[in-house]
Design a protein around this ligand. Sequence first.
Ligand SMILES: Nc1ncnc2c1ncn2[C@@H]1O[C@H](COP(=O)(O)OP(=O)(O)OP(=O)(O)O)[C@@H](O)[C@H]1O
Ligand SMILES: [Mg+2]
Length: 226
Amino acid sequence: MTQTPLIRLADVSKVYHLEAGDFTAMDHVSLDIMDNDFVAIMGPSGSGKSTMMNQLGILDVPTSGELLIDGRNVAKLTSLERTHMRRDTIGYIFQKFYLIPLLSAYENVEYPLILKYKKRDTSGKATALLEAVGIDREMSAHRPTQLSGGQQQRVAVARALVNDPKILLCDEPTGNLDRKTGTQIMDILCGLHNEGKTVIIVTHDPKIAEYAQRTIRLEDGRIAES
Ligand SMILES: Nc1ncnc2c1ncn2[C@@H]1O[C@H](COP(=O)(O)OP(=O)(O)OP(=O)(O)O)[C@@H](O)[C@H]1O
Ligand SMILES: [Mg+2]
């Protein structure tokens, strides 16, 4: 039986139009990612890794080619459908955490729920997720600046999980962390993969890539033969 991929990139290119001329950051990339895959994306700086993650995360639109997520052609969705797909299907984890500085750790995790349900959360979900990633109640009251990098990334992971997305897109999630803390974050991501999430992670670190089931290498916007 052939399974339908959860994500399909079919001949996707991304061209940035710059004053100096066009720059092709993704060059005819085709790639299938199956449900519950764990994929590492590696490649030199400037090879198009973040550009590819931005397409996968519907944060940007391909110049040409097709992107299908969960069987749906992203280009054919309305803007509202795209917003819902970003909110409900994809969790984002970035190198720089991007927590909201004025909110506590708890409020950062609760925030996507407020956006979705238009009210404060009473389910205890945010607290449960924070506890699951090792942030206790006391620490949950702290603002991001009062937390270490590793703690901030744990909060960002809890935030990414709060709408129970199928896909976790992680762009250098350990890039700002020391090896030990990075390993702790990877252990959390591995646990989530074991629970059924599809995990896509960009990394420069071969040790981090070893956690994945397969590695895709990008060079000059193309998938390099491996
Ligand atoms: N918004 C943009 N406008 C113009 N060019 C861009 C834009 N974003 C990225 N680029 C260019 O596209 C190429 C790929 O960038 P990208 O950020 O995808 O690389 P990367 O593989 O993630 O690199 P790094 O490992 O340094 O994060 C680079 O040459 C970059 O300058
Ligand atoms: Mg990048």
